[in-house]
Design a protein around this ligand. Structure first.
Ligand SMILES: CC(C)(COP(=O)(O)OP(=O)(O)OC[C@H]1O[C@@H](n2cnc3c(N)ncnc32)[C@H](O)[C@@H]1OP(=O)(O)O)[C@@H](O)C(=O)NCCC(=O)NCCS
Length: 134
């Protein structure tokens, strides 16, 4: 397994992304996780990927408006057509008392499948697997 974890996506949580309680909506976080994982999976496949499964999603702490949210992706397995990615989400707080404090807020494991232009699964080349460390 290639032992690297990269920031795949980094953005600021905005007021438009809140739930009725005023914290950031879980669905928004899930959507960003999917995007972050897909960026990493596409790099491995060197082509189009679709999400086939989202597993082990854990919301550990809330995300607040103004937090700088970083999504760290790590490739954990490459199969015949699939790529498994772990995504860890870290929120950098922005309130005066907690300014700059980084907190692990969410994690998930997602699986993507390499597909052709018609959406049919296709094998990941040996060359691309090797490049990803598998
Ligand atoms: C992706 C798709 C083409 C795969 O076709 P399929 O015939 O169902 O594929 P398979 O069942 O053979 O699974 C393909 C790979 O995914 C893996 N997989 C299937 N179900 C899985 C699950 N629940 N969890 C993890 N991996 C899974 C298989 O093990 C296989 O991996 P491998 O080739 O590396 O061994 C098809 O399921 C599909 O179009 N799904 C909809 C995708 C989509 O719209 N996503 C949302 C928007 S991106």
């Amino acid at each position: 397994m290639k032992d690297y974890k990269e920031v795949s996506l980094r953005l600021v949580a905005m007021p438009s992304d809140t739930n009725p309680a005023g914290n950031i909506f879980g669905g928004w976080i899930m959507s960003q996780i999917d995007l972050a994982g897909s960026v990493a999976a596409k790099e491995v496949a060197n082509g189009r990927v679709v999400t086939i499964a989202v597993d082990k999603m854990t919301f550990k702490k809330p995300v607040f408006v103004g937090d700088i949210v970083s999504f760290y992706a790590k490739i954990i397995n490459v199969g015949t057509t699939s790529i498994q990615v772990s995504v860890e989400v870290v929120a950098e707080r922005c309130t005066p008392k907690l300014y700059g404090v980084c907190t692990d807020v969410t994690s998930a494991v997602l699986t993507y499948v390499n597909v052709d232009e018609n959406g049919n699964k296709i094998p990941i080349s040996e060359e691309n697997k090797k490049r990803a460390g598998f």
